[in-house]
Design a protein around this ligand. Sequence first.
Ligand code: UD1
Ligand code: MG
Length: 468
Amino acid sequence: MSAVDVVVMAAGKGTRMKSRVPKVLHRLAGRGLLEHVLDCAAGLQPRRVVVVTGHGAQQVEAAARAAAQVVGIGQCDAVLQEPQLGTGHAVQQATPLLEDDGICLVLNGDVPLIKPDTLRELVQACGGERLALLTVELPDPAGYGRIVRQGNAVQAIVEHKDATEAQRAIGEVYTGFMAAPTRLLRGWLGRLTNDNAQREYYLTDVVRHAVEDGQAVAAVRASDALQVEGVNSPHQLAQLERALQRRIAQRLMDDGVRLADPDRIDVRGTLACEGDVEIDVGCVFEGGVSLGEGVRIGAHCVIANARIAAGALIQPFTHIQGERAGVEIGPGAEIGPFARLRPGARLGEAVHIGNFVEVKNSTMARGAKANHLAYLGDAVVGERVNYGAGSITANYDGANKHRTVIEDDVHVGSNCVLVAPVTLGRGGTVGGGSTITKDTPEGALSVARGKQVSIAGWKRPQKQAKPQ
Ligand code: UD1
Ligand code: MG
């Protein structure tokens, strides 16, 4: 089979999105529409990909290159289509970059849910020899190009605006996806004119030229309409988002994940789950998240870039934001409700983090606890440490960040300020309300606050009686 060269049309403005952001960069399940399309294309191992840009060309080109790297496309280039004179004109801009021996597969940058298997079928139908179209039967075909057949043979695609009443009654429409031998396509594109209702160079007119040349045109029917649905408005974007999330939820449940409600989960990245995972309603997962055996996630958690080990319990309203450094949660840990874990939080086995506790760039060893209203930043916390309510590491001196080391079995009382850099020696205790500025010795009680004084028989001031 010939090599596949992919052309992605992404020059359109997307007027109905009413947005400054180029249409193909709007996000679906956390990734740009164009990235979805390129990811699908990558499944065919194309020889090269050419993205046709126009509106927001620089932004779209940069996004295309970044996405190509993510999805593993080796060669991805952009060509500028300026002005935009139609879909045929768009593909004309790309063909000079393509070699004659290949199959040109045309994709739409704004149709994100197309599946690699469908494209493979289309490429196979082309076979390096004939034009192949992806079509779909729609209950309401208004607006689409109609597939006009004579007997069974495809004769033409007629755009809605150019169609007769009889043609408008046809339910089979062109999806915007085609595959053609590049050498033949080049010739057909050269014969396009803009002699039509929209004064555009229609890509769909290549069908007529193929037929004129006596070439058979193959039509592959898409199995479901969802895969070929385009995004033109915020409403359509939201509809595709829900449809995609339902697909993801179904896959998770097929793998045994128990979702309290498959309509109330959002996965904007990859969520890998081991056995017996339970996820309550309203949770959002971003980037790469993995959940070990038996992990339970309470309602309304937002979890990004985190690895959560077996048996951990994440209570409701917890925010885990791993970003690049990631967050790791050990086996059997209990986090939340209302906890906030930031990049570089690495929590060991059976660590407890309670409400309104923030942990950033800190490791906590097995059995350490910070249960209420506390901050740990740039800290190394030993095993079984108990970190009191309201205590904080003062890790930032206005210019630099410093480390706090809390050794095994230390007990930090409530409302302490640990001014970093500082080390609290193993087994020590820090009295509540202390501001610790010096290292503390092992096993000692350290108190750093005004001493309590009691004055016996102290008389409070009395109000003077007012003269009558
Ligand atoms: C096109 C098809 C129509 C099909 C429908 C499916 C043509 C002439 N018609 O119509 O048969 O049923 O898609 O959705 O092809 N674009 C460019 N440069 C341009 C014009 C468009 O890059 O000059 C891009 C757009 O950004 C978009 C894609 O091509 O991604 C399709 O363009 P659009 O204007 O949506 O075509 P339709 O009128 O929907
Ligand atoms: Mg369209």
